[in-house]
Design a protein around this ligand. Structure first.
Ligand code: SF4
Length: 415
């Protein structure tokens, strides 16, 4: 039985623990879920990273995988089989785990949750953590999409970001993925790193386009508090690119990727068709998030939005493992969204996508027309050139994409 798991629009007060999630009450057309499995291990920690990822925990890998397998099974018992429309191994560096561990986790997800035919199964990988035989084993296990954290193919860019692989290793890993049969590959790049010039970025664009991946995610560097990069910036030892240069880099990327046949579909994401005239290979899993559809996150620090509630697990891998081994709940917190916040989140998430905000669809989902709630703000943003607004909906302009945080701030409900 598949139950209706609408997005986080519940209005009831709710307990934080996952164990006390309510049962959904009515069957509906099968929406499927996005299933996220968090793998928190990395070889080294990059200068800029504030993700829930840790170096030096090799001794915990096997126990962590066993705990994650247990959590997958428990989620199956608790919720019944969920139609899995996407599966995403994120991290961290999931490619640090042996392929047999990934195969076991995919098998568990299939066994306990069911999987839709053709479901996208993505694994995040770092260059120099994979080799051909392992990639073939991952492909045979059912991984059909790889996402490589390349970040730059400029040697001084990799140094500035504290990456532990070379440009040559990144290209070699990508070519091995192709040789192993992967036909859907994403490459992540970062722009705005300290010392980067527009010529550096052009060289990175040349290199990424020469590889012809199906998908590209391009992110502006953000200096996160508490990272080694933040300390270097505070000490005046490095200076990231300024906002104007980052805007120039974004616009340059938008022009060059469009000319190369890539379709922009989310603020930082582009995809190209696998075959001429076919659909662009957008990341189906991330579309689940951006379309505000249900997802379940398992593993330390993983977040879920499911069964009318949002909730998350303990951050620490060690605490997560120990809790699972002792039969204790792994949920660290949760919340129900007010109708106003649920509407605001849907509006902001959908505006990230080029398909934009459809007023009628959002009104049907939330019982509140975004025009009634946000009419003045939307009109102001359109007057500022940040939104294209018409009778049916709204979409960010290129300028709006560059200033998306300023757009979203205006759409937050009053506290
Ligand atoms: S590889 Fe990714 S997750 Fe790991 S430290 Fe670097 S940026 Fe963070």
């Amino acid at each position: 039985m598949v139950w209706c798991m609408s997005s986080c629009d519940s209005t009831s007060d709710g307990p934080p623990a996952r164990a006390s999630l309510p049962e959904a009450s009515a069957p509906c057309a099968d929406p499927g879920i996005g299933l996220y499995l968090h793998i928190p291990f990395c070889k080294t920690k990059c200068h800029y990273c504030d993700f829930n990822a840790y170096a030096g925990l090799g001794a915990w890998h096997a126990r962590y995988v066993a705990a994650l397998r247990r959590e997958i099974a428990l989620a199956g018992e608790r919720y019944g089989p969920l139609a899995m429309r996407t599966l995403f191994f994120g991290g961290g560096t999931p490619s640090l785990l042996p392929p047999e561990a990934i195969a076991a986790l995919i098998g568990d997800a299939r066994r306990h949750h069911g999987v839709r035919p053709g479901a996208e199964v993505t694994l995040e990988a770092n260059p120099a953590t994979v080799e051909l035989a392992g990639l073939r084993a991952l492909r045979a296990a059912g991984v059909n999409r790889l996402s490589f954290g390349v970040q730059s193919l400029r040697p001084h860019g990799l140094r500035a970001l504290g990456r532990d692989h070379s440009a040559a290793e990144a290209v070699a890993s990508y070519e091995q993925a192709r040789a192993a049969g992967f036909e859907n590959v994403n490459l992540d790049f970062i722009y705005g790193w300290p010392g980067q010039t527009l010529a550096d970025w052009d060289a990175d664009l040349d290199a990424m386009l020469a590889l012809r991946p199906e998908h590209l995610s391009l992110y502006a560097l953000t200096v996160e508090q508490g990272t080694p990069l933040a300390r270097l910036v505070a000490q005046g030892r490095v200076r990231p690119a300024d906002d104007d240069l980052c805007a120039d880099m974004y616009e340059r990327a938008a022009e060059r990727l469009a000319a190369a046949g890539y379709r922009h579909y989310e603020i930082s994401n582009w995809a190209r068709p696998a075959a001429p005239g076919g659909p662009a290979l957008a990341c189906e899993h991330n579309l689940v998030y951006w379309r505000n559809e249900p997802y379940l996150g398992l593993g330390c620090g993983a977040h879920s939005c499911f069964g009318g509630r949002r909730f998350w697990n303990v951050l620490s891998p060690q605490e997560y493992v120990c809790r699972v081994e002792q039969g204790l709940p792994v949920a660290a917190g949760g919340e129900a969204l007010t109708p106003a916040l649920a509407l605001a989140e849907e509006v902001m998430l959908r505006l990230r996508l080029d398909e934009g905000l459809d007023f009628v669809a959002v009104a049907a989902r939330h019982g509140a027309d975004p025009r009634a709630v946000y009419g003045p703000a939307l009109a102001e943003l359109a007057a500022l050139g940040l939104l294209d607004l018409d009778a049916a909906g709204a979409r960010l302009t290129l300028r709006g994409r560059l200033l998306s945080n300023a757009v979203f701030v205006r759409l937050l409900p009053a506290a």
